[in-house]
Design a protein around this ligand. Structure first.
Ligand code: MN
Ligand code: MN
Length: 394
C-alpha cells in the first residue's frame, strides 16, 4: 500500500470511529500518536527474546548471537549481540554504517583498536566490568587476550542494525579489483594474490602479545576522548536495601554521546519501581537471576514477561514499566538507553509531587492515605524505611 493510500485508509478509519460515537478503545487507530502498526494493536507485542538460546554465527567455540527487529520486532531503537571469542580469535577490522557500538565485558579479557575520522587511534585492553563506545562509522576490531575465552555484550543505537551486516575489511578488499588495490597500496598486482575473497568475520591467529603496547602498523595519535571506561570499578551510582545501580552516560564517559549504560543489581524481591523514560528506549539483558518485567502501553494494555539469564527485554520510549527480582538469588541486569543523557520519572516521585487532595479524588481514598506514601523517590523497593523511601546516595 502506498504511503498516500495508507494515510487515506487510516484517515477514514478515524472518521468512521468518530462517526460511530467512537470510542471503543480497540477501534482507535493511533494509540501512540504515531502510525506504528506494531504498537497499535489491542494487545502489546512481546518484549522478550531468548538471546543466549538463539543460534547466531558460530566458528568453533566463538560465536555472535544477535537481537534486532528481526528477532524482537518491538526493539526498533536498539539492537544487541552476545559475542564470545576463543583465545587467538578476533572480530575482524570493520565499521558500522548505521549504528554506534557500546559494549560491556562479562568474562575474560579483550583488546580493541579503533580509528576516528581525524586519524586518532587508540588500543585499549578490557577486563570484566569495563565498557567501550565506538561512534557510528569509526573503524574497529576486537581481539581475545590471554588463554581464556572472552564474552561481551554489544549494544547498538539502532534496532535495524545487524552485526552480520557490518562493513568488514576482508569483504571489501576481497571484492575490490586487484589492479585497483595494488595501485592503492603501491604494490605489484601479484602481491595481492591469496587474500580472502569473502568476509572472514572472525580471524584466528596466535594469542596477542599481552601486557605491553602492541606493535602498530603506523604512528599512534591518541584521541582526545578515550573509548574505554572502567564501569564496575566505580562506586555504585545509588545503593538501596533492595539493590544498587551503576549508571554511566555522557557526563562520566564523554565519548558515549548516544548510549547510557546501567548495571542494576536486585536482591531477591527487590523491585525497580514503576517508572518511564521520557527521552529513550530501554534494552535489557539479564546477566544472572530471574526477573519479572511489567510494561504498560496505555488503553488498558499491560504485559508481563519473565526474563531469565541470557534473555533480552525491551521497553519503548515513554512506556511505563518495572523490574522485580522473582528468583531465589540476587539478579544482575545490564540495561542500555539510546541517549547519553538519562531521564526517568518514577511513580513514588510523581505521587509525592502532587497534592494529597488531588490524588484522593483519583483513587477514592482519603488524603490521609496519601500522606503515608514515600515523600522521596523510592527507585528500588523495599527501601531502608517503608515510610521514607530513598537511600539514594547521588
Ligand atoms: Mn563492531
Ligand atoms: Mn527503566
Amino acid at each position: 500500500m502506498s504511503e498516500v493510500s495508507r494515510r487515506g485508509f487510516i484517515g477514514s478509519a478515524v472518521v468512521a470511529s468518530l462517526a460511530a460515537g467512537a470510542a471503543a478503545d480497540g477501534d482507535f487507530p493511533f494509540r501512540n500518536n504515531v502510525p506504528d502498526p506494531l504498537l497499535d494493536g489491542k494487545e502489546l507485542p512481546t518484549f522478550k527474546f531468548a538471546l543466549e538460546k538463539s543460534e547466531g554465527k558460530v566458528m568453533g567455540g566463538s560465536f555472535g548471537k544477535e537481537a534486532t527487529v528481526v528477532q524482537l520486532p518491538i526493539s526498533k531503537g536498539l539492537a544487541g549481540v552476545s559475542m564470545r571469542l576463543e583465545p587467538g580469535v578476533a572480530r575482524e577490522l570493520h565499521w558500522h554504517a548505521t549504528a554506534a557500538e557500546w559494549a560491556f565485558v562479562l568474562e575474560g579479557r579483550c583488546r580493541t583498536t579503533v580509528i576516528d575520522p581525524l586519524g586518532n587511534s587508540e588500543t585499549n585492553d578490557f577486563d570484566p566490568g569495563d565498557i567501550w563506545y565506538f561512534p557510528r562509522g569509526h573503524g574497529h576490531s576486537i581481539e581475545c587476550l590471554g588463554n581464556k575465552p572472552c564474552h561481551f555484550i554489544l549494544i547498538f543505537d539502532n534496532g535495524y542494525f545487524s552485526e552480520f551486516g557490518t562493513f568488514s575489511i576482508t569483504d571489501w578488499l576481497g571484492h575490490t579489483p586487484k589492479a585497483l588495490l595494488a595501485k592503492n597500496l603501491g604494490l605489484p598486482e601479484s602481491a595481492i594474490d591469496g587474500i580472502p575473497k569473502n568476509e572472514l568475520y572472525f580471524t584466528k591467529g596466535p594469542i596477542p602479545p599481552d601486557g605491553q603496547q602492541p606493535p602498530l602498523q603506523g604512528s599512534l595519535k591518541s584521541p582526545p576522548a578515550t573509548h574505554r571506561f572502567r564501569m564496575m570499578a566505580q562506586e555504585p551510582h545509588s545503593i538501596h536495601k533492595g539493590g544498587r545501580e551503576w549508571r554511566v552516560g555522557v557526563e562520566r564517559f564523554p565519548i558515549s554521546q548516544t548510549i547510557t549504560g546501567v548495571i542494576l543489581d536486585l536482591e531477591p524481591q527487590g523491585l525497580r519501581e514503576l517508572h518511564w523514560h521520557p527521552n529513550a528506549d530501554e534494552w535489557q539483558y539479564v546477566i544472572s537471576g530471574q526477573v519479572s518485567v511489567t510494561m504498560f502501553g496505555s488503553h488498558g494494555r499491560y504485559r508481563i514477561e519473565t526474563l531469565d539469564a541470557g534473555d533480552v527485554g525491551y521497553i519503548p520510549q515513554g512506556y511505563g514499566h518495572s523490574i522485580e527480582n522473582t528468583g531465589p538469588k540476587a539478579a544482575r541486569i545490564l540495561i542500555a538507553f539510546n541517549t547519553g543523557r538519562y531521564q526517568a520519572i518514577d511513580l513514588s516521585q510523581w505521587l509525592a509531587a502532587n497534592p494529597a487532595y488531588l490524588l484522593a479524588d483519583h483513587f477514592g481514598k482519603p488524603a490521609s492515605f496519601f500522606e503515608k506514601l514515600p515523600k522521596h523517590r523510592v527507585f528500588i523497593a523495599p527501601t531502608e524505611s517503608p515510610a521514607h523511601g530513598s537511600a539514594e546516595i547521588k
